[in-house]
Design a protein around this ligand. Structure first.
Ligand SMILES: Nc1ncnc2c1ncn2[C@@H]1O[C@H](COP(=O)(O)OP(=O)(O)OP(=O)(O)O)[C@@H](O)[C@H]1O
Ligand code: NI
Length: 313
């Protein structure tokens, strides 16, 4: 799929290329970690799947979600289909900055109870308390209003809310922001448990440590495109793309070595691609064991892995 935004006001005429030719597959039992620097298009991709993009978005491509009741093509689905059959039922979303998605004037409990009612009719007694415990909240935490919850607590309410309908796919957009390490681990372990029960999890995260802990597969995104995908163990062990190498070197245990420079503006990608092919080129370090850039921004498949611009050695 591809997503572009038309800008307005003083920037009228400019186009943001937020997602370009992204091709992904997520199977039951997988935790697919989507990683990449801030602003590369991860959340836009997630919102696009659920039909939650604003009006200035132009979407191209297709996204199919399977299930017992047949397949739904998400990008052409009507709002009615998305709200009745997709959101919460086929795909549970843990939105980024979860606290802004809660209604300020109602307690977390009443919002969860309503989600249960909406998705499943009456629900069982004590079900909401059970959900709270699963995500590491005390049942009485649910009796607070959103402004009384910390960011991390609101985040966990959002995770609980995404679990209500027991959807076959869960998209979790930065579900661990604002949590300390034990809660990060608890949250991602909960996502891994869903995968163990044959759900598919798309985990969007900056936290490569968390991704490493639970991901079965990884997709690395740079400037709106995927640059590398494959089984997590292999990609983390022997990355092929210098950007993946850079992200891994920026981990604390690898010495906090950040990638020099900044990603290009998403309004200029077409110009840069025409000029260079690969838009990572200007930041590309010489990495031993990584092939030189061939300038082709498209992913090329090699077995169950794929890489752009830098074919495996
Ligand atoms: N409605 C919009 N109009 C114009 N540009 C937008 C719109 N929504 C998002 N963008 C742009 O799309 C790009 C991708 O944003 P996105 O939120 O997907 O990044 P991200 O990878 O999720 O970053 P982060 O890790 O910080 O959450 C950004 O450059 C953002 O400014
Ligand atoms: Ni985001």
């Amino acid at each position: 799929m591809s997503v572009r935004f038309r800008l307005g006001g003083r920037r009228a005429g400019e186009v943001v290329r937020a997602v370009t030719d992204v091709r992904l597959r997520l199977f039951p039992g997988q935790v697919l970690a989507l990683v990449g620097e801030s602003g590369c298009g991860k959340s836009v991709l997630a919102s696009c799947l659920l039909g939650l993009l604003p009006d200035n978005a132009q979407v191209r491509g297709e996204a199919r979600v399977g299930g017992r009741e047949g397949e739904v093509e998400l990008l052409s689905a009507s709002e009615r289909v998305l709200s009745r059959h997709v959101r919460g039922r086929r795909i549970g979303l843990v939105p980024q900055s979860a606290s802004t998605h809660l209604t300020p004037v109602r307690t977390a409990r009443s919002q969860l109870v309503e989600t249960v009612r909406h998705l499943r009719g009456r629900g069982r007694d004590g079900e909401v308390d059970e959900l709270a415990r699963r995500v590491g909240l005390a049942p009485q935490d649910l009796d607070h209003y959103p402004h009384e919850l910390s960011g991390g607590m609101a985040q966990r309410v959002a995770v609980a809310s995404a679990l209500v309908g027991d959807p076959p796919v869960v998209v979790a957009d930065e579900p661990t922001t604002g949590l300390d390490r034990p809660l990060v681990e608890r949250t991602v372990d909960l996502l891994a448990e869903l995968a163990d029960r044959d759900r598919g999890v798309l985990l969007i995260t900056h936290d490569l440590g968390a991704a490493r802990r639970v991901a079965t597969h990884v997709a690395v995104m740079y400037a709106s495109r995927l640059v590398e995908t494959g089984p997590a163990a292999e990609v983390f062990e022997r990355p092929w793309h210098p950007y993946t190498v850079g992200l891994l070197n920026a981990l604390p245990e690898a010495g906090f070595e950040p990638i020099p420079g900044r990603p290009p503006a998403l309004t200029e990608l077409d110009v840069l691609e025409r000029k260079w092919g690969c838009v990572f080129c200007q930041r590309c370090p010489d990495v031993p064991g990584v092939s030189p850039c061939d300038g082709n921004p498209e992913l090329v498949t090699h077995g169950d892995r794929a890489v752009a611009a830098h074919p495996p050695c």
